[in-house]
Design a protein around this ligand. Structure first.
Ligand SMILES: CC(C)(COP(=O)(O)OP(=O)(O)OC[C@H]1O[C@@H](n2cnc3c(N)ncnc32)[C@H](O)[C@@H]1OP(=O)(O)O)[C@@H](O)C(=O)NCCC(=O)NCCS
Length: 298
């Protein structure tokens, strides 16, 4: 069979790549590819460089996608999505990435940050043979939480309330909790409201699965986005943040668990998060693997 590769273009390919990721998923994310919600979240993120999306490359056999090489936010990041029968394509994918998906430093030097799962010895050997070096600070862990059928009650401090955006989609309050929760000082810039609208713009975004904790002041002080992928019955947690003035009060935990609980009620059996922070471990997430970052300057 002839395998061809082509440019990524537009909404049709957004859906086709998402379907491909759903089809190659294996329990425990053992396939090592991105989850479909990761792909979707990328497209809803305010930091996405949309001007370079056409540099994402798709490999096809008989018009069926068998591999995709992509960045997440900006050029220079390289992620490999492959059908298990086509892992040999990774060499071609890396060749393509080095000539089209590279990033540039402020001084104009090209670089590639290739993300390689810690169990993918074939790809690790390939990047090492090409002079890439591991950059530990960019490691992306994947952790999972097995959703119990009898979900324990989600506990919350008195005076605080759990809501979803289906109850109250106050964009200014959402903007504030995400701005402050991701450690930006002070009050958020007003134009950032557009970013929050964008985060709600993709097809599987669900207000009822996007959880906030409301403080007695009426402010939203913790936020947990949850995504449900109904084919593989998985939940995906992103983004999560608590206002620095309200940390270590159990609010982040309550928001995450409420989103996961709701996905469980829809049929999800497992939740994933791209982190191995103690915060997630403390509520029962365990790490599956690391996606290591291998960097090369050209
Ligand atoms: C991570 C974050 C969401 C935690 O929110 P939080 O509301 O303070 O967390 P909780 O109070 O619910 O913490 C529950 C438990 O998680 C663990 N935990 C939370 N933060 C922790 C920290 N900084 N260090 C170690 N353990 C931590 C503790 O076991 C804690 O229980 P305890 O306070 O009784 O010891 C918050 O620190 C934050 O917004 N950070 C910046 C954004 C971020 O990193 N988001 C996650 C990206 S994946």
């Amino acid at each position: 069979m002839v395998i061809k590769h082509r440019q990524y273009s537009g909404p049709d390919d957004f859906a086709l790549v998402g379907d491909f990721l759903i089809s190659v998923y294996r329990p425990g994310n053992k396939d090592g590819n991105w989850l479909q919600p990761t792909w979707e979240y990328m497209h809803s993120h305010p930091n996405l460089d949309e001007s370079s999306l056409s540099k994402i490359r798709i490999w096809e056999e008989s018009d069926e996608i068998v591999a995709v090489v992509n960045y997440e936010s900006t050029l220079g990041e390289v992620f490999f999505q492959t059908h298990p029968k086509h892992t040999h394509l990774k060499q071609d994918m890396l060749d393509y990435a080095e000539t089209h998906l590279y990033g540039e430093t402020e001084t104009g030097n090209r670089f590639v940050r290739a993300f390689v799962n810690d169990f993918d010895i074939e790809l690790e050997t390939l990047v090492q043979s090409r002079g890439y070096e591991m950059a530990g600070k960019y490691t992306r862990p994947i952790s999972e939480f097995l959703i119990p059928q009898q979900f324990p009650p989600v506990e919350l401090l008195e005076g605080f309330h759990i809501k979803s955006l289906a109850d109250d989609n106050d964009l200014m309050k959402i903007h504030r909790v995400l701005w402050r929760g991701f450690d930006h000082a002070g009050e958020p810039p007003e134009e950032g409201i557009e970013w929050r609208k964008k985060m709600q713009s993709t097809p599987n975004f669900r207000k009822d699965l996007t959880i906030v904790v409301e403080a007695p002041s009426g402010d939203f002080v913790s936020f947990s986005g949850t995504w449900y992928e109904s084919v593989n019955k998985i939940a995906y947690v992103e983004p999560v943040a608590t206002d620095p003035d309200y940390r270590r009060m159990g609010l982040g935990k309550a928001a995450v668990l409420e989103g996961v609980r709701r996905c469980g009620a829809l049929g999800a059996t497992v939740a994933y998060v791209g982190s191995d922070m103690k915060f997630y471990q403390a509520m029962g997430f365990t790490k599956n693997f690391d996606s290591n970052c291998w960097i090369k300057h050209f």
